[in-house]
Write a protein that binds this ligand. Sequence first.
Ligand code: ARG
Ligand code: GLU
Length: 716
Amino acid sequence: MKFINFLFFLFLSLSYYTSNAGEGMWLPFLLSDLNESEMRDMGLQLTAEDIYSVNQSSLKDAIISFGGFCTGEVISNKGLILTNHHCGYGQIQKHSTLENDYLKNGFWAMNHSEEKTNPGLKAIFVKYMEDVTNRIMAAANGAENREMAIQEEIAAIIAEQKNIDTYDHQIKPFFYGNQYILIATESYGDVRLVGAPPSSIGKYGADTDNWMWPRHTGDFALFRIYANRDNQPAAFSSENVPYTPERFLEISLNGVKDGDFTMIFGFPGRTEQYLPGVAVQQIMEVVNPARIAVRDELLAQLDRRMRVSDAVRIQYAAKYARISNGWKKWKGENLGLQTTDARGKKAKREAEFQELVSQNEAWQAQYGSILEEFNTLYASYQPHVLRETYFSEVFLSGLEAVRIAYTMKRFVENPTEKSAPKGLDEFYKDYNHEVQTEAMIALFELFANALPESEQPRAFVALGKKYKGNWAKAVDKLTKKSSIATEDPSKLLAGLEGDLDKVAKQISNDAFYQFAVAIIDEYLTEQRPASREVKDAIDALQTQYMEAQLNVFGEDKRFYPDANSTLRVSYGQVEPFSPVDGITYNTQTYLDGVIAKYIPGDYEFDLPKRLIELYESKDFGPYADTNGKMPVCFIASNHTTGGNSGSPALDAHGRLIGLNFDRAWEGTMSDINYDISRCRNIMVDARYILFIVDKFAGAGYLLEEMTLVETAADNL
Ligand code: ARG
Ligand code: GLU
C-alpha cells in the first residue's frame, strides 16, 4: 500500500512538472543546480555560467532594475537602455509641454546633447548574490527575540561586506524567511531619456487592449546611463559620459517561431505561490470580488464623464489607467483560478502533504496541524480582510478628495512652511469636483451596503444616519462649504501663500476635512491594528508552512521562491494557447492587425500618419518576417509578473528577441497558481522596435551602436 502510494505521489509530482515547464521565477545564481539541464533540453545553447556569473561577464551584467518598479537592459556599449514606454511614462510626461507634447508625438534625441535628464531616476545593476541563510539561522535559533537577532545579524553581515567592496548591500528574506540572500548592487543616478514613440504606438490600444492578447502595442522607450569619467556612478553632471557596460545584449533579427526557447531576465515584484487553499479561496471569494465591485463602480463613474468631456478625459486618464489596470488583472485572476480549478489543485496537494506528514513522526508533531490552524485563522481574518479591502479601495485609493484632505493633517496640527501640503497645484489640475462628487455618492452608498455597520467607521455611520441614507444629500452637505473638496481651490491655495496659522485653522474647521480625518484615523488606530494582529499570526504560520512544504516535498520537487523584486530568470517557449473551447490564439501579431484596429481620432486607437504610410508602402526594411509581414508582438509561456515590465526576452543564444510588457489576462492567476494551459507573457517583437526607431522615427543612428545579429536559417 505504502509503495503504491509512493508511486502515485511520485507520478503526481512528475506530472506536475512536465505539464508546467514554464513555471518558476528562478534565482540566477542557482540555475546550474536546478535548471540548466532542463533549459538545455528545451533548447538553450548557453551554460548557466553564461547567464549568471560572478567571475566573468555574463548576461546578468546587462540587466537593470529601472526606476524602482520596472526592468531594463543595456543594448549598446554606450549605455543605451531599453525599457517599456509605460515604465518611462512619468519621465516622458514630465518633459512634455503643450508645445512639445512628447507623450502625444514621441521624442527622439538626435544626438547626446538632446537627451533629457531625469533627476531621481536610477538604473541599478546586480553585482552578486549570496546565500547567507546559515549565518542568519545560526543567529536566530535559540535567540530570545528571534526577529531582533535576525535583524542584528543582517546588519552585521552588511557591515562586514562594506569592508570588502563599495557596492550597496541588502539582505532579503526568501521563502517567507526560510532563506536569506545577500544582494550587492551598483546604482547609476544619471539616466537620460533618448527616445520614445508617440503614445499612439507605445500605448496603442491603451486600457481597452491592456492585459489582452492579441496585442498590437509598441510598448518601448530608450534611455541612456551616464557615468563619471572613470565609468563610476555619479549624480547628473554635464561632465558625465555615456556608461561603458560590462555587458550589453545583442539583438536578433531572426524573430521567433512556435516551440522556440525563450527566457525572461528581470525583477518580478510579488507572487503568492505557496498559500494554502483557504487563502486562495478567500482571494477568490472575498478580496477580489470586493476590489472589483468598488472599481466597477468607480470606473463607470469616471468613464461616463470622460466620454463626454475632453477636459475630464485628460484629467483622469492616468488615474483611470491605474484603477483599471488592477481591476482587469483581478478579473482575469479570478476567471483563471476558477477555470483551472486552483482550489481543487490546492486541495489535492494538501491531501498529499497531510499524508506524507502523517508518515513521519517528527513532521507530524511539527507540521501536523498547520492546515487546520490556517482554516481557523483565515476564518477569523475574513471580516477583517473584507473591511480592509473596502476601506482602502474606497477611501485610501479610490476617492482622491478624501486622501488629499487627510494629507493636510500634519500641517493642521503644526502649521509650518515645511509641513504645508505639497503638490496641490498638480492635484487640482487633474481634479474635477463634479466627477469626484458623483464618485463619492456612489462609493459611499456602496460602502454602506457592503459592510455591517459595526465594521464601518463611526463618523461614516453617523453621517449616513444624519441624512437617513440619502448619500447625495450627505455628500452635498459635507462638501458644500469645503475649501478642499471644491471646484474652486483658489481660496485654499491663496491661503497657503499667506498666514499659515489662519489657513490651518480654516482647514481644521472644514467639515469635509474633519470627516476624512475621523474615518482614516479610526481606521489606522483601531481597525488596522485589529486586522494586523490576525495577519501577523497568518504570516508566522505561512513561514512554518513554507518550511514544511520545502521539507516534505523537497525531495522530488524543485522550489522557486515567490517573487520579491529580486533578479530572476523565467523560461518557457513560444506557444499558442486556448483560453476557451473553440478558440486558439496564435503566437504572433503583425502590423496588419495594428491597422485593422485603427480608429481615426480615437483616444486609444488612433495612429500616426507616418506609420500608415510605411504600412501601405510595405517599407519594412530588414525587419519584416519571412512572410513579408511586419511583426509586432508575440507570446510565450514564461512565468512573469508586475516588475517584469521592460525585461528582455532572450533566445537560446541569449540574444534579445523581444521586450516583455504584459500578460494575457486569462492567465493572470499565475501570481497565485501558474498553469501552462493559459499563462502567457506578452512581448514587443524586437524587430518592431528596430523598425519604429529606424523607419518611423528616422533615428537610425541609434542602430549603429547596437549589435544586430541575423543568422542564416540553417545556422539557427
Ligand atoms: N498591464 C500592464 C502592467 O501590468 C501595463 C500597464 C500599463 N498600461 C495601461 N494601459 N494601464 O503593468
Ligand atoms: N505590465 C506589468 C508591469 O508593469 C507586467 C505585466 C505583468 O504583470 O506580468 O510590470
